[in-house]
Write a protein that binds this ligand. Structure first.
Ligand SMILES: NC(=O)c1ccc[n+]([C@@H]2O[C@H](COP(=O)([O-])OP(=O)(O)OC[C@H]3O[C@@H](n4cnc5c(N)ncnc54)[C@H](O)[C@@H]3O)[C@@H](O)[C@H]2O)c1
Length: 317
């Protein structure tokens, strides 16, 4: 039986991964310090090490018996990364450096890493392929790019088999036997959970209605968390020794903020309250993934569209 270490397995995406992997017969170990994750999202039957990527002994303990790592753990709030870049370089980059070192010491030779579309920054053109220039506009994206570079070197020098999966916007939820696994971020910065929470007294804000898009609102690419995890499992199967694949994960389709609002209003069966406000500095108008590499290398095509993502997120509340 293959045992996999899931770092960040108490977080939104990591806990979903743990559930799906267990359902497919994998043995799971989790390393998470619960700084943004929730211990009660980790199922019984997994080996849970409550500890940090900044503690090599905790990493070593969590890696016992594992032959591969899926590395979700890290800090991921763009605004916080601008205010506290040192925290992001420490947790994300030093933490990932520790993980790679302890993996090498323990002869664990496979890793699938959660990278991000934030590595590209403002695109010159869309859809964004893996060959697009990488010019992150915040410390969060810069740290993801730095980790990608460390993994490339580790694969070249020490034979690691690796993939960095650059997610666009992850959404949706998983109904597990233990109930729904869903986004429980605090603060919540993601559009769909914020739309679903909006009330007349606290309406969701649309940042800019004068963008050069179909309806004037920003366009983003959303991928369902279940589809996303399926891509990780494919990646674990196809990665090869001494090689590091960088692969975008999105749906390849863009949805405007107004389209997401419409999908949410349909799922909730009432008009979601919103207000229009000014553009936010640094927001690109359109971000859409070119997912041809994921289709080719992982044999993966996302199955769930924005209506399913919003409906699942709504059902999970
Ligand atoms: N959610 C998205 O749309 C999205 C998009 C692109 C990339 N990502 C990446 O996917 C990964 C998971 O994102 P998420 O939305 O599930 O976030 P999350 O905050 O819910 O999960 C991250 C987990 O990492 C843990 N963690 C943080 N610092 C740690 C440390 N030092 N040691 C051990 N554990 C630590 C947290 O407690 C949490 O459980 C992150 O790396 C994020 O950057 C997410």
């Amino acid at each position: 039986m293959t045992r996999i270490l899931v770092t960040g397995g108490a977080g939104y995406i990591g806990a979903t991964a743990v559930d799906i992997l267990m359902g497919q017969g994998f043995d799971i170990s989790v390393l998470d310090d619960c700084s943004t994750g929730h211990e009660d999202d980790v199922p019984k039957g997994v080996k849970f090490v409550k500890g940090s990527l900044l503690n090599r002994e905790a990493i070593s303990e969590s890696l016992e018996g594992c032959s591969a790592v899926i590395h979700f753990a890290g800090k991921s709030l763009v605004g916080e990364s601008v205010a506290k870049p040192e925290l992001y370089w420490q947790v994300n980059v030093v933490g990932s450096r520790n993980l790679l070192d302890v993996m090498r010491e323990n002869k664990v030779k496979k890793i699938v890493f959660s990278s991000s579309a934030a590595t590209y920054g403002e695109p010159e053109s869309v859809p964004i392929s893996e060959n697009a220039p990488t010019r992150p506009t915040n410390a969060y994206g810069a740290t993801k790019l730095a980790i990608d570079a460390m993994i490339t070197d580790e694969a070249r020098a020490h034979g690691l088999a690796a993939a960095s999966l650059r997610y666009f916007n992850v959404a949706g939820a998983l109904q597990s036997q233990r109930g729904w696994l869903t986004e429980r971020h605090d603060p919540e910065t993601h559009l769909i959970p914020n739309i679903l929470r909006s009330t007349p007294a606290n309406p969701v804000k649309i940042f800019g209605v004068d963008w050069p898009t179909v309806d004037g609102t920003c366009i983003r690419d959303y991928v369902h968390v279940i589809d996303l995890i399926d891509a990780h499992i494919s990646a674990l199967r196809v990665i090869k020794e001494s090689s590091h694949e960088i692969i975008n994960l999105g749906s390849g389709t863009g949805y405007s903020v107004r389209e997401v609002l419409t999908a949410a209003s349909a799922a909730l069966r009432h008009q979601v309250p919103f207000i229009e406000s000014a553009r936010r500095l640094g927001d690109p108008a359109v971000l859409i993934a070119d997912i041809r590499k994921a289709q080719k290398i992982l044999g993966w095509t996302p199955q769930r569209d924005i209506n399913v993502m919003v409906a699942d997120a709504a059902a999970s509340r």
